[in-house]
Design a binder for this molecule. Structure first.
Ligand code: PPE
Length: 305
């Protein structure tokens, strides 16, 4: 997707012009995929722009960094403030937010602890990740022939740049075959998640989602949906899912910051159909919450002003 350019990017404590946000070609992360990052969204609310669960995303960034022995040279509070600063500097009412911590210039090779760690936060307006039609009527998913990277090879608990090669292989495969999004199975053949989303199915009126031990990222949207379900008296539990559990699902949907809540209409050409009642309920509630229209979930919003 082309990136809509805005004015400023926050880099290592300063706002720099979009065109000047550059790094050296010998940056460690460019060669070895050794960075960690986040994807966050800010939404327009009656009280101005609000970032959805900013603190939880920043916490995950530090967890990802700790897995890779990466000391982030800022405090979480500083990165929370920097996120607001860069949104204000660009005058955005709603946007996607991409914080990234990289191993910078100065070291080559596979023992990078001496490399400097650089941090940047970019923001840009980003529409529906899997399309407006997808949000309304559902997307066509296909199980990729590429398996989700095993946790003891590349930990799925971290959101590291290099591990996305796995998702890119899966995504290219299914999009070139005419589908919208890839589902990845783990090494045991159980469902892990989508290329860039977690996955839920409805069975017997209850929500099921793969556990993080199956290779699913600990998604912030996933957690939000689980809490919304609990508050709405919709049973929800973590369970290993077989590929065929997707084929026979009463309803299914993806969740993610970029994707938001997206119904799945088909998996491997098995029709699930138009979004069902539980998907709709969860989706409607999610959009009300992020837009600041649900009082009881206000604590999930971090207002920019
Ligand atoms: N699984 C994967 C593999 C994943 O990349 C994401 C987020 C999720 C689950 C959902 O996590 P959360 O956003 O916390 O609910 N993917 C991010 C990057 C997408 C991209 O194309 O880049 C995102 O949604 O921001």
């Amino acid at each position: 997707m082309p990136i809509p350019e805005v004015e400023k990017i926050w880099m290592d404590g300063e706002l720099v012009d979009w065109a000047d946000a550059k790094i050296h070609i010998l940056t460690h992360t460019l060669h070895y995929g050794s960075g960690v990052f986040e994807g966050i969204r800010a939404y327009e609310t009656p009280r101005g722009a609000a970032v959805f669960r900013l603190g939880d995303h920043i916490k995950r960034l530090y967890r990802s960094a700790s897995i890779y022995h990466m000391p982030i040279p800022f405090t979480p509070e500083e990165l929370i403030e920097a996120t607001k600063v860069v949104i204000r500097a660009n005058g955005l009412k709603s946007c996607y937010i991409r914080p990234i911590a990289i191993r910078g210039y100065g070291e080559m090779g596979l023992h990078p602890l001496a490399a400097p760690v650089n941090v940047a936060i970019a923001v840009w307006p980003w529409g529906a990740y899997l399309g407006e039609e997808g949000i309304k009527h559902g997307v066509m998913a296909k199980v990729s022939s590429f398996r989700r990277n095993e946790s003891n090879s590349i930990p799925t608990a971290a959101k590291a740049t290099g591990q996305y090669l796995n998702s890119i292989l899966a995504k290219m495969e299914v999009v070139e075959a005419g589908y919208d999004e890839a589902v990845l199975l783990n090494m045991h053949g159980h469902v892990a998640d989508g290329a860039g989303e977690n996955i839920f199915v409805v069975r017997g009126g209850a929500l099921l989602t793969p556990p993080t031990t199956a290779g699913a990222l600990e998604g912030v949207t996933r957690d939000s949906v689980m809490r919304i379900a609990e508050d709405s008296n919709i049973p929800c539990r973590e369970k290993d899912l077989a590929r065929t559990d997707l084929y026979t699902a009463e309803e299914a949907f993806f969740t993610g910051t970029a994707a938001e809540v997206v119904p799945i209409r088909e998996v491997d050409d098995r029709v699930i159909g138009e979004p069902g009642p539980i998907t709709r309920r969860i989706q409607d509630k999610f959009f009300e919450i992020v837009k600041g229209l649900e009082k009881e979930y206000e604590h999930w919003l971090e207002y920019v002003d």
